[in-house]
Design a protein around this ligand. Structure first.
Ligand SMILES: Cc1cc2nc3c(=O)[nH]c(=O)nc-3n(C[C@H](O)[C@H](O)[C@H](O)COP(=O)(O)OP(=O)(O)OC[C@H]3O[C@@H](n4cnc5c(N)ncnc54)[C@H](O)[C@@H]3O)c2cc1C
Length: 461
C-alpha cells in the first residue's frame, strides 16, 4: 500500500479500506458487468471519518468518488484506476423517527426500501419509490435528486428532504439537519447537494419528510388506442381523482408486447393490441369510498371513449404483478442488449410527435430491425427510451444521442429528467442549460472544491 492509503487506513481502520482483489471482485455497474477499477474503496463508519478522509484527499489532491448503491444510470459513480471510492455501506443506520413531526433521520447509506419499511412500521410512509428501491441509497437518491413512480403526487427527492449533513471537499462538516417544513433563514444550503451528483460534497445524513400512511390503494392497467385518448385520460383522472392520483405510468405498445406478452416472464393482464398501456394508481384513506371513486372515474373515461380495455387489481399480488411489468428493467436489458438508454423530459403535448420523429430517424439510419422501446413517468413529462440496433459502440451511441437530444432544445425538454448527467451526458449539458447557468455551476464547483477532488469529470466536460 502507498503512504497515502496507509494514512486512509489509519483513519478508517483495516475493515474500512478495500484494495486489490477486494476491489476487483466488485462489479463496475448494477448489471454486474466488468470489474471495479478504483484504486481503493474507503468505507467510513461516521461523518467524522468521512471528514478526515476528505481532508487527507484534499491535501494529497486525491480524486474521490462517492458511492451509494451503484444503481445510477449515467456513470455518475464510475471511478478510474487513480480514483478512490467512498462507499457509505457502513453508514446505514436509521437514527430516529418522529411520528408527530413526520420526520425520519437516517445515515445516507441506508437503502431506500429499508427507509420505506421503517416509516411503514410507524404507520407513516416515505414517498420516494423507484424500481431500484432494494439497492439504491438515500445518499444516492439525494445526489441524483431521484424521481420515480410517485412524483406526480409527491414530487422528487428534493421535496422529501428537510435537512441534510454533507462533508465538503476540505473536510468541513456542513450540518443543516433542519426538521421543519418551514425555514427561510437565509440560503437553503441543502439544495446545493440535492442533484449535484457528489460533485459538491458527500451527503452523510439526512432528515426526510414522511407522510401519513394511506390505507387504500387502487391499481389499474389500462389499454388506450391513441395519444389523444391518453392525454384525455390523464386530464380526466387528474380532475376526478384530484389529490389521490399517485402514479400515471405509460408503456408504449412495443414495451408491453416485448415484456408482458412475448418474454414469457409475466402473465399479460391485457392483450398486446393497444397502442398505449397506462398504470394508474390512487391511494387514499377510505378503502370502500376510494374503490368506488376509482371505479367511477374509470367508468366515466370508458364512456368518453378514452379506455379500450382495463383490469383493476383485486389484491396486492395483482397490483404487484402489474408493477412488475413496468419495472422489469432486467427483462428489457436481457432482450435488447446491446442497447442505448435515454431519460428525457418534454412537454406532454409534444411527446407523440417527438417519439414519432425519433422512430423515423432511427429507422432511416439503422433500418427496420432497429427497436425503439418507450415508457416512463408520463404524468411527470418524463420518458425513458431504449434504442437497440445491435451495436452500442461509442460512435453509434454518439449518433443516437444527436437524434434523441437535438430536438429537445426547441421544445423545451431536458436531456436528463431524473437520472442526472454523470459522465454520460456531460457533452450535452448545453442543450438543456444556458451558458449563464453552466457558468454559475462551474463557479459553485470551483468555490466548494477548488482542487477538483470530488467526483471529478462528472457533469462538466
Ligand atoms: C432498475 C432501476 C430502476 C430505476 N428507476 C429509477 C427511477 O424511476 N427514477 C430515478 O430517478 N432513478 C431510477 N434509477 C436510477 C437510480 O436508482 C437512482 O439514480 C438512484 O438515486 C441512485 O442511487 P444509488 O444509491 O444507487 O447511487 P449511486 O449509483 O451509487 O450513485 C449515483 C450518484 O450519486 C453520487 N452519490 C452516491 N451517494 C452519495 C452520497 N452519499 N453523497 C454524495 N454523492 C453521492 C455518486 O457519486 C453518483 O454520482 C433506476 C435504476 C435502476 C437500476
Amino acid at each position: 500500500m502507498t503512504e497515502f492509503l496507509d494514512e486512509i487506513s489509519s483513519i478508517v481502520g483495516a475493515k474500512g479500506l478495500l484494495v486489490g482483489d477486494d476491489v476487483r471482485q466488485r462489479p463496475e455497474d448494477w448489471l454486474g458487468r466488468g470489474a471495479c477499477q478504483a484504486l481503493a474503496i474507503v468505507r467510513p463508519v461516521s461523518t467524522a471519518e468521512v471528514s478526515a478522509v476528505l481532508r487527507a484527499c484534499n491535501k494529497a489532491r486525491q480524486p474521490i468518488v462517492p458511492l451509494g448503491g451503484m444503481t445510477g444510470l449515467v456513470h455518475g459513480a464510475d471511478a478510474g484506476p487513480n480514483e478512490i471510492m467512498l462507499s457509505l455501506e457502513r453508514m446505514r443506520a436509521i437514527e430516529e423517527i418522529d411520528p408527530i413531526g413526520r420526520t425520519l433521520i437516517t445515515q445516507a447509506g441506508a437503502v431506500l426500501q429499508t427507509v420505506q419499511e421503517a416509516a411503514t412500521e410507524e404507520r407513516l410512509q416515505f414517498a420516494l419509490d423507484l424500481g431500484a428501491r432494494g439497492a439504491c441509497t438515500i445518499g444516492g437518491n439525494i445526489a441524483t435528486n431521484a424521481g420515480g413512480n410517485q412524483v406526480v403526487r409527491y414530487g422528487m427527492m428534493r421535496e422529501q428532504v428537510l435537512g441534510l449533513e454533507a462533508v465538503l471537499a476540505d473536510g468541513t462538516i456542513m450540518s443543516s439537519m433542519n426538521t421543519s417544513l418551514k425555514n427561510n433563514a437565509g440560503y437553503d444550503l441543502k439544495q446545493l447537494f440535492i442533484g449535484s451528483e457528489g460533485t459538491l460534497g458527500i451527503v452523510t445524513r439526512a432528515v426526510l419528510r414522511l407522510h401519513p400512511k394511506l390505507v387504500s390503494k387502487n391499481t389499474s392497467l389500462i389499454g388506450v388506442s391513441s395519444f389523444e385518448a391518453l392525454i384525455g385520460l390523464f386530464s380526466l383522472v387528474g380532475e376526478q381523482l384530484a389529490g389521490a392520483l399517485t402514479a400515471f405510468e405509460v408503456m408504449w405498445q412495443d414495451y408491453y408486447r416485448l415484456i408482458a406478452v412475448d418474454s414469457g416472464r409475466h402473465t399479460a393482464p391485457l392483450s398486446g393490441d393497444h397502442a398505449y398501456y397506462v398504470i394508474i394508481e390512487v391511494q387514499g384513506s377510505h378503502a370502500d369510498e376510494d374503490a368506488e371513486q376509482f371505479a367511477r372515474a374509470l367508468s366515466l373515461a370508458t364512456d368518453r371513449g378514452l379506455i379500450n380495455d382495463a383490469v383493476i387489481a383485486q389484491s396486492e399480488a395483482q397490483s404487484q404483478a402489474i408493477w412488475n411489468i413496468r419495472e422489469d428493467i432486467a427483462g428489457l436489458a436481457g432482450a435488447l442488449m446491446p442497447l442505448c438508454t435515454f431519460d428525457v423530459s418534454l412537454p406532454i403535448r409534444t411527446m407523440e410527435n417527438y417519439v414519432g420523429n425519433l422512430r423515423l430517424a432511427v429507422r432511416n439510419r439503422w433500418g427496420d430491425t432497429a427497436k425503439i422501446i418507450v415508457f416512463g413517468h408520463l404524468g411527470d413529462g418524463n420518458l425513458h427510451i431504449i434504442v437497440s440496433v445491435g451495436d452500442d459502440s461509442e460512435d453509434t451511441q454518439r449518433e443516437m444521442e444527436q437524434l434523441v437530444y437535438a430536438p429537445l432544445q426547441e421544445i423545451g425538454g431536458s436531456i436528463s429528467a431524473e437520472h442526472g448527467i454523470g459522465l454520460e451526458k456531460r457533452n450535452y449539458l448545453g442543450v438543456s442549460r444556458s451558458p449563464a447557468e453552466i457558468d454559475l455551476m462551474r463557479k459553485l464547483k470551483k468555490s466548494l472544491d477548488p482542487n477538483n477532488i470530488l467526483n471529478p469529470h462528472k457533469i462538466f466536460v
